[in-house]
Design a protein around this ligand. Structure first.
Ligand code: PRP
Ligand code: URA
Length: 208
């Protein structure tokens, strides 16, 4: 298990634009995907490779490729969708599953509404994505769901995490690696991450 705050200068620079309440929807979407791509570079560094042989213009040589069933990307709807294109830009052969969970605004409990996973998901490393890890309820629900479907290798990638939620996820799922661009200060009385960036789904889709 690893908890990694991906402290790369480019990521921290771009995160500033996402935090800014005046950033427009187009810039927000583009920047979130850019960060997702940069984080993917770090989150995939333990991927296993297969040996192959390739013929260069000069000679045959040993080289390495990802196995066909290396990766599946699973966004938690809807805000997780905002990171998928950035990940697929680096891992274009990944299959994509979807888990639909929203947070009840009063109880803050996750509410399930949709799921569609690749049939061979249990054979893949799953990168589960959601920009916001607040109370941790949605992440825990989605990880439970993946494990019930046979998945054994899960990396959770988020943009901002609250320490309270992070602790809950680690306690319930100590085997899951977690990558965050930033671990923030905490949760406010409404369960929002602070300083955070507000409601990420609304900012990606322009629904507020
Ligand atoms: C947000 C966010 C996470 C969840 C985090 O989704 O994208 O899924 O809240 O909160 P938690 O850690 O307390 O569970 P939201 O419920 O707003 O749905 P949306 O992505 O469809 O807007
Ligand atoms: N969901 C969000 O989009 N933002 C938060 O701060 C917490 C949950």
């Amino acid at each position: 298990m690893a908890i990694v705050e991906v402290n790369h200068p480019l990521i921290q620079h771009k995160l500033t634009f996402l935090r800014n309440k005046d950033t427009d929807t187009k810039t927000f979407r583009e920047t979130l995907n850019e960060i997702a791509g940069l984080m993917t570079y770090e989150a995939t560094k333990e991927l296993k490779l297969e040996e192959t042989e390739v013929e260069t213009p000069l000679m045959k040589t040993k080289s390495y490729i990802l196995p066909d069933k290396a990766v599946a990307v699973v966004p938690i709807l809807r805000a997780g969708l905002g990171m998928v294109d950035g990940i697929l830009a680096l891992v274009p052969t990944a299959k994509v599953g979807h888990i639909g969970v929203y947070r009840n605004e009063e109880t803050l409990e996750p509410v399930y509404y949709y799921c569609k996973l690749p049939t061979d998901i249990a054979e893949r490393k799953v990168i589960l994505v959601d920009p916001m890890l607040a109370t941790g309820g949605s992440a825990i629900y989605a990880i439970d769901y993946l494990k019930e479907n046979g998945v054994t290798d899960i990396t959770f990638m988020c943009l901002v995490a609250a320490p309270e939620g992070l602790a809950k996820v680690i306690k319930k799922h100590p085997d899951v690696d977690i990558y965050a661009a930033k671990i923030d200060q905490g949760l406010d009385e409404n369960g929002y991450i602070y300083p955070g960036l507000g409601d990420c789904g609304d900012r990606i889709f322009g629904t507020k």
